[in-house]
Design a binder for this molecule. Sequence first.
Ligand SMILES: *Cc1c(COP(=O)(O)O)cnc(C)c1O
Length: 389
Amino acid sequence: MGKKHKFETNAIRTQIERSQFLEHSSPIYLTSSFVFEDAEDMRASFAEEKERNIYSRYSNPNSSEFIDKVCKMEGAEDGFAFASGMAAVFSTFAALLQSGDHILSARSIFGSTHSLFLNFFPKWNITHSYFKIDELDTIDQLVTPNTKILYAESPTNPGVDILDLEELGKFAKRHNLIFIVDNCFASPYLQQPIKFGADLVIHSGTKLMDGQGRVLAGITVGSVELIDKIYRFSRITGPSLSPFNAWLLSKSLETLAIRVDRHCGNALKVAKFLEQHKKVNWVKYPFLKSHPNYELAKKQMKAGGCVVAFELEGGLEAGRRFFDTIGLLSLSANLGDSRSIVTHPASTTHSKLSNEERNSVGITNGTVRISVGLEHIDDILDDIAQALK
Ligand SMILES: *Cc1c(COP(=O)(O)O)cnc(C)c1O
């Protein structure tokens, strides 16, 4: 082919080479291992003199297809696919860091990643410092001689704040840090952090990539050099994605662009509806003009994503009533699903934080997070309106 195709075309047309059956779409390779033709083939394969599948913990045609698609979407050279987003996060750090190393991270990060930094990495003498996203001008002071990684998410969860990825990319270059972005909230369709200087991009495939609430998956993509380190660690430690889930994800990615377009269209309508509602104190959505980083969001992202955060007048009590009255929308711990979901961060994902810590990541006791799905917008708005009554 040789021609450079566009995002949607790559998402569909990047696929495994056809087998003898000339199938149109990719089959599932549910096999633990692959056979060698003879003694020389076996020796050369293990000596890595040729690239081929040996064992599905190392590689499998279905995970390779998924990785190829995501690499094209993110503009990355290579990747490794994991059984969950957290397997990707953990393995990426564990593969790249030594005892004594230090991570510099934005404070607003996914709860389990925060827990990893706080409760587990100290076991291996890996420490971290957090910077506040509105204090980027002071992060120089947090860099130590042992700082190896700069870590961030944008938009953040659940505050949907936007970080300046280009600024962070330059900062990482200046200090010779590996810049890693968890791009899960945006999906590769809305934002490609490598363009802004990221060295590695992590996704939970569980969210918008699968988009239908059926699989757990994760992926890390970036340069050949860094991915090789992650691959060598992961093929031994075994967090690899199953071929079946990889197959499902490759299928899901074919429709990523049109699904995410609709998620964003619906989410913007929900955000605008909430903004004019008298029982709502504030609404945050990256593509609302009232968002503090609206201009930056427009620069970095194609659209605002599927998550809307807002605060009900009447705080926690009003929140509980809202959740008990909502009908169509699910109370569930996921996002980026075709089904709209509402959650209450203060009593769920962020319940272990103090009030002050919650405030520092943009959550109040009355904050509600909606992951806007793909149901008809009229039905979504009707349900929210009746629950607000
Ligand atoms: C869900 C999520 C993860 C973890 O992914 P899992 O697939 O649940 O392990 C990591 N980062 C972000 C931003 C997420 O939303």
